[in-house]
Design a protein around this ligand. Structure first.
Ligand SMILES: *Cc1c(COP(=O)(O)O)cnc(C)c1O
Length: 435
């Protein structure tokens, strides 16, 4: 499969180049040159397959000419080694839990698959692959744990001091091996600026083989299609074949993968994009005007995105047709007050403790169901375990959360982080001296 830039379809590159470039030079995003259709017989019998088997089928439809199937199978068996269960909370409402991976967030799917793809393509290179990543919390943990122990790679994470939760910080800083954490005396934006400066610094690029673990990498998008197929398989095994997915959205990579799955043949009735007050997409679907705004800080901080990068991919999938987009996607926006009330009702009505992002998905699913009653299953995506967001959850509810075994074990581990000022020269010196 070749991958073109959404800005110029005539400039197609190999999968390997798309993975290591991350962004095309023209600042578009990579998309598969054509959308392969899954075998109808496979879809008809999908309830017979496991998550790994489904993942292999979907990935090889896209990548069969880039990675031999036995190699792809090894990558998937190693990367997708945790479950994504659909759990019914009422007759027709279910949650798809995507937080059973090592960092307790759905970003594990993308990060674990991408790290192994990068490892696979780096086998023949003798120079270490240096992955730089800035994080506001969730991305860093997924990338750190995704690359931990992957041969030929080294990860440097920049995170804003005092601005990530305890579980998040421990996931970033207690790994050792090929993972290093820099605790930046600044904001997430400062971290991101430092990383961007590194990528454009000629001297650093001569000394090191730098790459980005950015969320717009095509190798993070592809594995996120797997769980939509697997969720559908789980519904089919219960005799249900109509589904509406509600996705809590920030950069729109998660829902973008769902829409790619739909275009590959997954029968989905409708998608709902639920956002916090960073509502660029809901406004666009209402008005037809795409007007990005600077991001606003909210309780669901992993979705604080004013100009969602992956939106161009979604437009590309729908060939820019607003009509078709609106037929397939509804979008709702919720304030922090509504989010808190949503977490509260989920707990009281369904005995379910959700992180704020997940609560927004549930609110979106509920609003859509009220406006469009029907017999379909309403599946909302839970993108992170509630234990990662103590500040957003009431203390008495938080106290009831069952910590995953791994989160408990993190508490005793030693924090290994180097302090860093917001100063590019200091960052550069660190990278050169610690090579
Ligand atoms: C990253 C993240 C999101 C947003 O996903 P996008 O793909 O950027 O739309 C939602 N919830 C959680 C918990 C996240 O970490």
């Amino acid at each position: 499969m070749k991958f073109y830039s959404t800005n110029n379809k005539t400039l197609a590159v190999s999968f390997k180049d798309a993975v290591f470039n991350s962004l095309p030079a023209d600042k578009g995003l990579y998309m598969p040159e054509h959308i392969p259709q899954l075998d109808p017989l496979f879809l008809k019998n999908i309830q017979q397959y496991s998550l790994k088997e489904i993942a292999l089928e979907v990935a090889s439809a896209l990548l069969e000419n880039d990675i031999p199937r036995p190699e792809l199978k090894k990558i998937i068996d190693d990367a997708i080694n945790f479950d994504a269960p659909v759990k019914f909370l009422t007759d027709r409402t279910a949650v798809l839990e995507l937080f059973h991976g090592p960092s307790y967030a759905f970003k594990d799917f993308g990060a674990r698959f991408m790290s192994r793809i990068m490892g696979y393509f780096s086998k023949t290179d003798d120079k270490l692959l240096d992955v730089l990543v800035a994080t506001s919390g969730d991305t860093g943990g997924a990338v750190a744990l995704g690359f931990l122990g992957v041969e030929g790679t080294r990860v440097t994470i920049l995170y804003p001091k005092g601005k990530v939760s305890d579980v998040q910080e421990l996931q970033l800083t207690t790994n050792g091996q090929n993972i290093r954490a820099l605790e930046v005396d600044g904001t997430f934006d400062d971290c991101q600026t430092l990383v961007k400066q590194a990528f454009s610094d000629a001297e650093l690029n001569r000394a090191l083989r730098l790459t980005s673990a950015n969320s717009i990498n095509i190798a993070r998008l592809i594995p996120q299609t797997f769980y939509y197929f697997y969720a559908y398989a789980q519904l089919r095994s219960q005799g249900i074949d109509e589904v509406v997915f509600t996705v809590p959205s920030g950069n729109f990579g998660n829902i973008g993968a769902g829409l790619l799955a739909y275009k590959m043949g997954l029968p989905v009735k409708h998608f709902v994009a639920a956002t916090n007050v960073n509502d660029t997409v809901p406004r666009f679907l209402a008005s037809g005007q795409y007007e990005p705004k600077p991001s606003v800080q909210t309780l669901s901080n992993a979705m604080d995105v004013g100009n969602p990068s992956n939106w161009v991919r979604i437009q590309d999938l729908f060939s820019g047709s607003l009509g078709e987009l609106k037929t397939m996607i509804s979008s709702y926006t919720f304030t922090d007050e509504e989010t808190k009330a949503g977490m509260d009702s989920l707990f009281k009505e369904c005995h379910y403790i959700a992180c704020p992002h997940t609560a927004i998905a549930w609110l979106g699913a509920r609003t859509y169901a009220q406006e469009h009653p029907g017999q379909y299953a309403s599946v909302f995506l839970s993108t992170a375990h509630a234990c990662k967001f103590p500040d957003a959850i009431e203390d008495e509810v938080f106290a009831k959360i069952e910590l995953p075994a791994g989160a408990e074990a993190l508490k005793g581990k030693e924090k290994l982080a180097e302090p860093l000022k917001v100063d590019f020269e200091a960052f550069k010196t660190y990278l050169i001296n610690h090579n």
